[in-house]
Design a protein around this ligand. Structure first.
Ligand code: BES
Ligand code: MN
Ligand code: ZN
Length: 495
């Protein structure tokens, strides 16, 4: 897919998305231009017949002639709009426009400064607009047709339309475009079936990415993982016929890095639950349990393409959690890479065990911050549902900053507590800790467990178990993987 910035009168797309406010008279330059092309029929239709008011998510299709179709996309009332809602409007409009275009090309209005919308996180300018329009349109257009015998039509070009493109707006559009590539990459990898997307398959993709983007790469096989003393991670992997892989890619800027960050992604390529086997309905979508790993691999490509001035390490412990004669068992006592011992209380709480060693590995990287992203607990779905990601960590400043950037990126996050008292939930009599406690505070307890395996003073943990994969479409994303937190993380890294 190509992304272009064009002057209003120069568009070549046959389908143009133009935004429209409810209860707000002055229309945009693009609207005026399209209206003129229609000999005032566009405005006339709306005003005479009152068939379209511009309510939030409302759309109106109008054909100017054989070659130009307009899709008006309602933004609702100015004081009600948020960045998230703006993203939903764009994604939805792009999906509709996809069925209207005949030349596989759609144009999108670059919306004006939205600072007067009081519920939009402040300083929404044309840069934000360019970034979000490209990214959210691609979210709306995403479909996975690899295994369909009849392929879906593809949009080849998205044109952003405005009369005054500055260098800054072009740069922002570029960030939006690479962010959308990262999201598409991640969603494709998550959609891939687990019998194909094995640890080895993902490690090979990581190696290819490293080659293509000239990244430093370390890919450890089973024996090397043993040499690193990652015995907790190894235990989780031992029930599978697929051998584990541990991957570490690093992007280093040409200049002295402005900051150094490590991203860790949970990389369970299939979570059957192990000997504590999951019921069939819970296992159904467990190929998505490597979403964290897929996300960090997407993100590092965007950061490299944008030639960011930060140093970025991405790390993932890849394995399958299976039930078999060689699988790890309840009651096993594992010695993690940092020497702490873990009594296995439940083999289905495997993510935290693999992350323990991945986090310890990051202690040696000499980075300023460590962020992990993981489909970690079913409990976060109970607390926050499918549209809010749980954020935890050990540095309140970092947490506040991250949450602020998530709002600006159009994503929902909510902080969950990590309190010292949670320790009691995981008390073991024969090891330093158990890997699970009771039913209480599952998300926070898992985070407390993880906190034992990092020395970082700025460690942030994202629990995306509820948000990574949708069983039912929402306003923005269709059923399936969402690419959640990729936008926020890229904006956070660039900030
Ligand atoms: N991968 C799951 C968490 C999950 C659940 C992700 C639902 C996406 C949707 C994780 O490994 C898991 O099984 N967690 C257990 C922990 C429990 C045994 C303490 C859970 O949440 O049920
Ligand atoms: Mn599990
Ligand atoms: Zn899992």
């Amino acid at each position: 897919m190509r992304f272009l910035t064009k002057k209003i009168e120069e568009f070549t797309s046959d389908t143009i998305i133009c935004f429209f406010w409810e209860d707000y008279k002055p229309k945009s330059n693009l609207f005026d231009y399209l209206n003129k092309l229609s000999n005032n029929q566009l405005l006339n239709q709306i005003e005479t017949y009152k068939i379209f008011k511009g309510e939030f998510m409302e759309t109106f299709k109008y054909s100017i002639n054989e070659n130009i179709k307009v899709l008006l996309a309602g933004l609702g009332k100015k004081d009600k709009l948020t960045r998230r809602k703006f993203s939903q409007v764009i994604a939805n409009a792009a999906r509709i426009a996809k069925n209207m275009t005949k030349n596989n090309s759609i144009g999108i209005e670059l919306i004006e400064n939205l600072n007067e919308c009081i519920n939009i996180t402040k300083n929404f300018n044309k840069e934000d607009s360019a970034k979000m329009s490209l990214c959210s349109a691609r979210i709306g257009l995403y479909e996975f047709d690899k295994y369909l015998s009849e392929k879906k039509p593809k949009i080849e070009t998205i044109e952003l339309l405005d009369d005054n493109f500055t260098k800054e707006i072009e740069n922002a559009a570029e960030i939006g475009a690479y962010t959308s590539f990262a999201m598409k990459f991640t969603k494709d990898l998550v959609n891939e079936q687990a019998q194909i997307a094995t640890p080895e398959y993902i490690a090979n993709i990581a190696a290819q990415i490293a080659k293509e983007h000239k990244l430093e790469a370390k890919i450890y096989d089973k024996n090397q993982i043993k040499e690193l003393n990652m015995n907790a991670f190894l235990a989780v992997s031992q029930g599978s016929v697929h051998e584990p892989k541990f991957i570490h890619l690093a992007y280093k800027p040409k200049c002295t890095p402005r900051k150094k960050i490590a991203l860790v992604g949970k990389g369970i390529t299939f979570d059957a639950g192990g000997m504590n086997i999951k019921p069939a309905t819970s296992m159904l979508t467990m190929k998505d349990d490597m979403t964290g790993a897929a996300s960090v691999l997407g993100i590092i490509q965007a950061i490299a393409k944008l030639e960011s001035d930060i140093e970025l390490h991405v790390v993932a412990a890849l394995c399958e959690n299976m039930t078999s004669g060689s699988a790890y068992k309840q009651g096993d006592i594992l010695t993690a890479m940092n020497g702490k011992t873990i009594e296995v209380d439940n083999t289905d709480a495997e993510g935290r065990i693999t992350l323990a060693d991945a986090l310890t590995y990051c202690d040696k990287l000499n980075v300023d911050e460590v962020i992990d992203i993981a489909t970690l607990t079913g409990a976060v779905i109970v607390s926050l549902g499918n549209n809010i990601t749980g954020v935890m960590g050990n540095n309140q400043k970092q947490i506040d900053n991250f949450i602020e950037i998530s709002k600006k990126s159009g994503e929902n996050t909510w902080q969950m507590p990590i309190l010292e008292e949670l320790k009691d939930n995981l008390k073991s009599n024969i090891a330093d800790m158990k890997n699970t406690g009771g039913r209480q505070a599952g998300t926070s307890t898992a985070a407390w467990f993880l906190s034992n395996f990092t020395k970082s003073k700025s460690w942030l943990h994202l629990d995306i178990a509820g948000t990574a994969y949708l069983d039912k479409s929402n306003k923005e994303t269709l059923q399936g993987p969402t690419g959640v937190m990729i936008r926020t993380l890229i904006n956070y890294l660039l900030s």
